[in-house]
Design a protein around this ligand. Structure first.
Ligand code: PLP
Ligand code: ZN
Length: 395
C-alpha cells in the first residue's frame, strides 16, 4: 500500500491519478504502509531487488536491468586527497546515467496509471533514459531540450531510441516550466524529478551502496546537484532504512553544484530563500540549472544529516574528471566529477575530516559528452606512417 504525501502540509493523495504537487504547492513523496526488512531483498543487485518498497502495485516493471552499478575503491585518489573515497559509478547503467533507476520505476508507474504519452524537460540524460524506457514500454515519449546546450551523446541516444525531440530557444528551467504547464493541460505525463515516483527508483542507490559496503555506513555521500532530485532520493532511501531500524545513522548528505549554477549553495549559506540563477552557465551541462525544483527536499536531506553543499569551478571539476579517468580508470562526464572536486575543496576548508569514509556518486558516463572529454584531456600525436617517425614521436 502506498500513497503520496505533501512534505509541507502532510496532505495525502491516493496516487491513483497523475499528480506532481500538493494543492498547497508543496512537493510530494511516496509513503508506504510496508516497513522494509533486509530479508525482503532478493534477486541480483539492482533497482527491482527492492521491489517490496517500490510503488508498483499491479503493473509489471519495464526494466532494462538498471542499477547494480559497481562500487570502486579509489585508492590512488584517496592517497592523493588523504581521505578514504569509494566511487559508485552510475554511468554503468543501461543508458549510462542514474536516470535509468528513476525511469524504470516512473515509466512502469505511468503504464500502471494508463498514461498514453510521457514527457520530460532535460539537460540530456533524462531524455536518453526516457526515450529508452519509452521504447521498452512501447509508449510515445516527448523531450524538451535547451537548444545547443545538451551534450552530443545524450541527444544521439534520445533520437536513436525514438523520442520526439523539441529544442527550445531557452534554458532548462524554461523547458521544465513549459513541460509542467502542458502536463497540467493533460497533454502528457511528466517524468522529471518533480514526479515523486521517479525518485523512488533513485533511492535504491542508497540501498545498493550499503549492501556493497557490507552494511557499513559511509560517513558521507557526495554527489552533484542539478534539479536536486537525486540527493533527495538517496536521502529518502537512507531515511526509510533508518526508520525501519536497519541502520542506526544516516550519512552526511553533501551536494556539489557548479559555481555558475549554484543557487542552492547560496541559499544554504544565507539560510534564506533560494534565489534562482537567471542564466546558469557551466561546462557541466547536466547540472546547468538555475532554479532546482526539488530544493526544499534537498534542504531537508542536507539539514537533517549534518551535511553541506558547496560549489566548484569548471576548472576544478575538469581536473577531477581527468584524475578519476587517469588514476582510477573511471570515466565520468563533467557533472559527475563535481563530487570529487567538492571533496577536495571541503577537505581544504576543513569541513571534511580526513578520517571520514566517503562515497562519491558519479552520475553519468564519460562518453555522454565526448566534446568535454576531448577538451579536458590531452591531444593526439600525428606522424608519418613509418616505424622511425613513431619511435621519434614517442621519445
Ligand atoms: C541529472 C543529472 C545530475 C543532477 O541530478 P539532480 O537529481 O537533477 O540533482 C547530475 N549529474 C548527471 C550526469 C545527471 O544526468
Ligand atoms: Zn501540501
Amino acid at each position: 500500500m502506498t500513497w503520496l504525501q505533501c512534505i509541507e502540509c502532510d496532505e495525502r493523495y491516493s496516487g491513483g491519478e497523475p499528480r506532481y504537487t500538493c494543492d498547497c504547492g508543496g512537493l510530494l513523496e511516496v509513503r508506504y504502509e510496508e516497513i522494509p526488512s533486509r530479508s525482503d531483498f532478493t534477486g541480483p543487485l539492482g533497482v527491482w531487488r527492492y521491489s517490496s518498497i517500490l510503488p508498483l502495485e499491479t503493473a509489471d516493471s519495464v526494466t532494462l536491468h538498471e542499477g547494480g552499478t559497481p562500487l570502486y575503491d579509489a585508492g590512488k585518489l584517496s592517497d592523493e586527497l588523504g581521505v578514504d573515497i569509494h566511487v559508485k559509478h552510475e554511468g554503468m547503467n543501461p543508458t549510462c546515467s542514474f536516470k535509468d533507476r528513476g525511469m524504470t520505476v516512473g515509466v512502469s508507474k505511468a503504464i500502471e496509471l494508463g498514461i498514453e504519452r510521457v514527457a520530460c524537460a532535460s539537460t540530456g540524460n533524462t531524455s536518453a533514459a526516457l526515450s529508452a524506457y519509452g521504447a521498452a514500454a512501447d509508449i510515445p515519449a516527448v523531450v524538451l531540450l535547451p537548444q545547443d546546450k545538451v551534450a552530443m551523446g545524450k541527444v544521439a541516444q534520445a533520437l536513436m531510441h525514438g523520442a520526439e525531440l523539441v529544442e527550445l530557444d531557452g534554458n532548462f528551467d524554461e523547458c521544465l516550466r513549459i513541460v509542467r504547464d502542458l502536463a497540467d493541460e493533460g497533454f502528457f505525463y511528466v517524468l522529471n524529478s518533480i514526479n515523486p515516483y521517479r525518485l523512488e527508483g533513485q533511492k535504491t542507490i542508497a540501498f545498493e551502496l550499503l549492501e556493497q559496503l557490507n552494511w557499513e555506513l559511509p560517513d558521507r555521500v557526495v554527489l552533484p546537484i542539478g534539479n536536486a532530485g537525486n540527493i533527495s532520493a538517496i536521502y529518502k532511501g537512507f531515511r526509510e532504512f533508518y526508520h525501519a531500524g536497519i541502520i542506526e545513522e544516516i550519512p552526511m548528505m553533501t551536494g556539489v553544484q557548479a559555481e555558475g549554477a549554484s543557487p542552492l549553495v547560496g541559499a544554504l549559506q544565507k539560510s534564506g530563500p533560494l534565489e534562482p540563477f537567471e542564466s546558469p552557465e557551466t561546462k557541466a551541462t547536466a547540472i546547468r540549472i538555475g532554479d532546482p525544483v526539488n530544493a526544499p527536499k534537498a534542504r531537508e536531506a542536507i539539514g537533517e544529516t549534518g551535511g553541506t553543499a558547496t560549489s566548484v569551478t569548471d576548472e576544478e571539476l575538469m581536473d577531477a574528471q581527468v584524475k578519476l579517468a587517469q588514476y582510477e580508470g573511471i570515466g565520468v562526464e563533467p557533472a559527475s566529477a563535481t563530487s570529487v572536486a567538492g571533496v577536495r575543496k571541503l577537505l581544504d576548508e576543513g569541513v571534511i575530516d580526513s578520517t571520514e569514509t566517503i562515497a562519491c556518486v558519479t552520475t553519468g558516463h564519460v562518453l555522454k559528452d565526448p566534446d568535454a572529454a576531448l577538451e579536458a584531456s590531452g591531444d593526439t600525436v600525428k606522424t608519418d606512417a613509418t616505424r622511425e617517425a613513431v619511435r621519434n614521436a614517442l621519445n
